[in-house]
Unconditional design. Structure first.
Length: 180
């Protein structure tokens, strides 16, 4: 029995090295694919992609823009990222810097942008409804509840004049795009 184990032990170690090498090669390729897809994004899309990573980890946003899009968050692990998530954020920041995006300096900030022309229908829907979500709107559709939760807290979706103008601008882009 001990002889059989000795025979397979070197094979097992070599197989582990081969799998590790394949995983590293795959990850290097995945990083290149991610970098290429990030290169195709607008500054707003990059901002959203980067901050969505933080939002999923409960980051406590302090800028109005981030709070409008993602809500206040603030739940464990409070924005603490894994090594792979941090690498992804670093890659997005690198692309933001290469494009000269205003928001590449901070993790959640940046100059607010109202350029909705680069957003697709899903992003426009999200941007519009995030404004309502931040104001406690009671979502009635499954999509709204699944994305933002039930809401229903004061001021129950009551928007100020600036927020109403922003929602109107987003709706205009949704109509232009033929969004449903």
């Amino acid at each position: 029995m001990a002889r059989v184990i000795k025979m397979y032990k070197p094979f097992h170690r070599n197989a582990r090295c081969a799998l590790l090498g394949a995983a590293i090669a795959w990850l290097a390729g995945a990083g290149a694919v991610l970098a290429q897809s990030y290169e195709a994004m607008s500054c707003d899309q990059l901002w959203y992609a980067r901050n969505a990573i933080y939002a999923d980890k409960g980051y406590c946003f302090d800028t109005d823009r981030a709070k409008q899009v993602f809500g206040p968050r603030c739940f464990p692990p409070y924005g603490e990222l894994s090594a792979s998530e941090q690498a992804q954020v670093d890659l997005i920041r690198q692309v933001e810097r290469s494009k000269g995006c205003a928001s590449s300096a901070g993790s959640s900030g940046g100059a607010p942008s109202r350029d909705y022309s680069q957003m697709n229908c899903g992003e426009l829907w999200y941007a519009r409804n995030a404004i309502f979500a931040a104001k406690g709107y009671c979502f009635k559709t499954a999509r709204g509840r699944n994305t933002f939760g039930p809401g229903c807290f004061p001021p129950y979706g009551d928007l100020n004049a600036r927020e109403r103008r922003t929602v109107a601008a987003i709706k205009q882009w949704e109509r232009r795009r033929g969004c449903q």
